[in-house]
Design a protein around this ligand. Structure first.
Ligand SMILES: Nc1ncnc2c1ncn2[C@@H]1O[C@H](COP(=O)(O)OP(=O)(O)O)[C@@H](O)[C@H]1O
Ligand SMILES: [Mg+2]
Length: 409
C-alpha cells in the first residue's frame, strides 16, 4: 500500500440503515469505507485490509462491540487499529472497555452528532496518513542506506584492486628492466672485450672458431631479450583482441621431440630429465609457432619450478582423425606444486609465485599460453597437489577455425 492510497475505515453495525447513515456522514474522496454487519464479518475484513479506524456499534446481537474489540486486541494484526465505539447507553459506558492502548479508543453516543463524528474520523485518518508517510520515508532511508553500503564496499574493492595494479605495475617495470639489463650487460662486456683485443692486436680471439662461440653467446642474449619483448607484445595484442593465429597442418609428436631436444641443454643444467612418452604422429590444424610457444612455456616452467628430476611429457590422442576429435598434451613435474588458492591466479597476467626469489619470469607465460589454447578452441588446465608436483594439460581440437585471442578467458 502506498502512502497516497486512501485510508480505509471500517464501520460495524447490525442495522443496515445505521451503516448507510454513518457512511453518508463520514464519506470523503480520500477514504474508503468498508461495512460489516457483524463482528465476524468485521474480523474477516480486518484480516484482509489495513484499517485506519474501526467504528463499532456496541449493541449487536451475537458478538457485541466490546467482544469484538477484545478479539481485536488479542491478534497482532488488528491490535493497533484505533476504535470508536458508538453506543446508545449512558455515559458510564465510557469506562466499560479497558486495557486497549490509550488514545486508541473513543466513544460517541447515539444519536450521532455528525460534526463530532466527522472530526473524530478526520483525526484518525490524518494520523494514519502520517504514519504511512513515515513508514515510506523510513523504508526509503533504509534503501538508501543499503545502497550506500554497497557503494562503499564497491569503492573499497576498486581501491584495493587499483593499489594492487599499481604495485604490480611498479614491480613489473623493475622486473623488465632487470631482465633486459642482464643480457645487455653481458653483450656490453663482450663488445668491450673485443675492442680491447682489437686495440691490443690479439687477433687470436677473432679466429673462426672463437668467432663462432662469440656469435652463439651473443645470439642467446639477444634471443632472450626478443622473447621478453615478444611476450609483452603478445599480451598487449591479446588485451586488444588483435592477436590472430595462422593455422596450418601440424604434426604434434615431431614438434614435441624438437622442443624437448632444443631445451636439452637447459634441462641438463637444472638436473631435469625430460621424458617424452613415445607416440604415433598426430596431425591437426593449428598455428605451429603458437603451439610451440605454449609447449616451450610449459617445459620452461617445469624446468624452473619442477625442482629438477623427471618431467614427463605425454600425448593422448582422442581420435584426431575424426570430426570433433581432440588431442591432449600433459606435462607432469614432481616439484613443489601449486597452492590451491593460487592455482587459478597463475593464469592471470603478471602473476608470479610467492616472492621467494625463485621465480625468474615476468608472470606472462601461462596467461599467454591459456589465451593461445583458447584461440585454438582448446584449453589449458592444471592439476596440482602442494608438495607433489603439477600436471599441465593442453587440450586442442584437431580441426579448428581461427578465432582471435581476447583478454576474456
Ligand atoms: N610447473 C609449475 N609448478 C609450480 N608452479 C608453477 C609451475 N608453472 C607455473 N607455476 C607458477 O605460476 C606462476 C606463473 O607462471 P608463468 O605465467 O609461466 O610466469 P613466470 O614463469 O614468468 O613466473 C609462476 O611464477 C609459478 O609460481
Ligand atoms: Mg613461465
Amino acid at each position: 500500500m502506498s502512502a497516497h492510497d486512501p485510508s480505509k475505515v471500517l464501520i460495524v453495525d447490525d442495522l443496515p440503515e445505521n451503516l448507510r447513515a454513518l457512511e453518508a456522514v463520514i464519506r470523503d474522496e480520500a477514504r474508503l469505507i468498508f461495512q460489516a454487519a457483524s463482528g465476524e464479518d468485521a474480523l474477516s475484513l480486518m484480516l484482509e485490509h489495513e484499517f485506519a479506524l474501526a467504528i463499532l456499534d456496541v449493541q449487536m446481537p451475537g458478538m457485541d462491540g466490546f467482544e469484538l474489540a477484545e478479539l481485536m486486541r488479542a491478534t497482532s494484526r488488528t491490535r493497533n487499529i484505533p476504535i470508536v465505539f458508538v453506543s446508545a447507553a449512558g455515559r458510564e459506558l465510557n469506562y466499560a472497555f479497558k486495557g486497549y492502548e490509550q488514545g486508541a479508543v473513543d466513544f460517541l453516543h447515539k444519536p450521532i452528532d455528525p460534526d463530532a463524528m466527522r472530526s473524530k474520523v478526520q483525526v484518525f485518518v490524518t494520523l494514519d496518513q502520517q504514519r504511512r508517510e513515515m513508514q515510506r520515508q523510513m523504508a526509503a532511508l533504509e534503501r538508501a542506506r543499503r545502497e550506500q553500503e554497497v557503494l562503499v564496499r564497491e569503492l573499497n574493492d576498486t581501491q584495493a584492486e587499483l593499489q594492487r595494479s599499481l604495485r604490480m605495475r611498479d614491480e613489473f617495470m623493475s622486473l623488465v628492466a632487470h631482465e633486459l639489463r642482464t643480457p645487455l650487460n653481458t653483450l656490453f662486456l663482450e663488445t668491450q672485450m673485443r675492442s680491447l683485443q682489437l686495440k691490443r692486436g690479439t687477433m687470436a680471439a677473432f679466429q673462426p672458431e672463437q668467432m663462432e662461440t662469440m656469435i652463439r653467446r651473443d645470439e642467446r642474449q639477444i634471443k632472450s631479450m626478443i622473447r621478453l619483448i615478444d611476450d609483452m607484445l603478445d599480451v598487449s595484442r591479446m588485451k586488444s583482441g588483435t592477436l590472430s593465429i595462422r593455422p596450418g597442418r601440424v604434426e604434434l609428436t615431431g614438434l614435441l621431440e624438437r622442443v624437448v631436444a632444443d631445451l636439452g641443454l637447459q634441462a641438463h643444467a637444472t638436473g631435469t630429465d625430460f621424458v617424452l612418452a613415445p607416440h604415433a604422429p598426430v596431425e591437426g590444424w593449428w598455428d605451429e609457432f603458437r603451439i610451440e610457444q605454449v609447449v616451450v612455456n610449459l617445459l620452461t616452467n617445469a624446468l624452473r619450478y619442477g625442482g629438477g628430476g623427471t618431467v614427463e611429457i605425454s600425448v593422448h590422442d582422442e581420435d584426431c582423425t575424426r570430426a570433433g576429435g581432440q588431442v591432449r598434451i600433459d606435462v607432469r613435474d614432481h616439484g613443489k606444486g601449486i597452492a590451491p588458492d593460487f592455482i587459478e591466479r597463475i593464469f592471470e597476467p603478471y602473476e608470479r609465485g610467492a616472492k621467494t626469489g625463485e621465480t625468474k619470469g615476468l608472470g606472462l607465460g601461462l596467461y599467454i599460453s591459456r589465451q593461445l589454447a583458447a584461440s585454438h578452441g582448446g584449453q589449458l588446465t592444471v592439476q596440482s597437489t602442494l608438495g607433489q608436483g603439477a600436471t599441465f594439460s593442453l587440450t586442442l581440437p584437431c580441426l579448428v577455425v581461427a578465432v582471435p585471442a581476447t583478454a576474456s578467458a
